[in-house]
Design a protein around this ligand. Structure first.
Ligand code: PEP
Length: 246
């Protein structure tokens, strides 16, 4: 279960979140928990969660170790401050920062080089779904961003299916739609990397996940977890999601 805080929470707000959140999930042993604060709050998050069952991730990285790339942050730096995960190609980055499938490949490799688990986002827009092009779009994202990886590289990747029309809109994909799409993505993994890889790949659903809809989504065979935006900002609500409690 991963939370994406986007551009929310200063370091002191981050500390306050974990003071409240940590005791609520201290007894959770059957699921990996990760939160992805903005860059400037990463160190506070890592310090606050040391020795706990909560891992910290970043929301983006620049491929490469260091260099003249003003304003950018590398996987090397994220790893050095204690991050374990990094989100790659969130739809907001695809939309506002023009991230392409070629960037996905570079960023995934850069993450793996510094022992970060990449959470790679794919998802179709509303017009794609309405025009019956969901599988073409997702297939293209998979073929361009994930299929070029070696089996060894791919085995370390987590996929997040996030229909763009469901992100921050309160309009969740129904469990049936999410399941069918996850199944399609798993079939793409199987065709490229084999049945064992397909069974082992973790595919998270993201898009308006809340305490009251998580249980149904998680009961679907091909949904292995959730990537949560808005509802991960509140400790009680994200703890309820982690525990599938409405
Ligand atoms: C997200 O930002 O990845 C997301 C799924 O947001 P929300 O849960 O707010 O729809």
């Amino acid at each position: 279960m991963a939370g994406n805080w986007k551009m929310y929470k200063t370091p002191s707000e981050t500390r306050a979140f974990f003071d409240a959140f940590e005791p609520l999930v201290a007894d959770v042993t059957d699921c990996d928990i990760a939160l992805c604060p903005p860059y400037l709050s990463l160190e506070a998050a890592v310090a606050a969660t040391e020795g706990s069952n909560i891992a910290i991730g970043a929301q983006n990285l620049y491929p490469g170790k260091e260099g003249a790339f003003t304003g950018e942050i590398s996987g090397h730096m994220l790893s050095a401050v204690g991050c374990k995960y990094v989100i790659v190609a969130h739809s907001e980055r695809r939309e506002y920062f023009n991230e392409s499938e070629a960037d996905v490949v570079k960023k995934v490799r850069a993450a793996l080089e510094y022992s970060l688990t990449p959470i790679v986002c794919v998802g179709e827009k509303l017009q794609d779904r309405e025009s019956g092009n969901t599988e073409t779009v997702l297939g293209g994202q998979f073929d361009g961003g994930l299929a070029p990886l070696t089996p060894e590289e791919f085995s370390k990747v987590v996929i997040a299916y996030e229909p763009v029309w469901a992100i921050g809109t309160g309009r969740t994909a129904t469990p049936e739609i999410a399941q069918a799409t996850h199944k399609f993505l798993r079939s793409k993994v199987e065709a490229k990397f084999g049945a064992e890889a397909a069974a082992a790949t973790r595919i998270l659903y993201g898009g308006s996940v809340k305490p009251d809809n998580v249980k149904k989504l998680m009961s679907e065979d091909d949904i292995d977890g959730a990537l949560v935006g808005g509802a991960s900002l509140d400790p009680k609500s994200f703890a309820a999601i982690v525990k599938f409690q409405a």
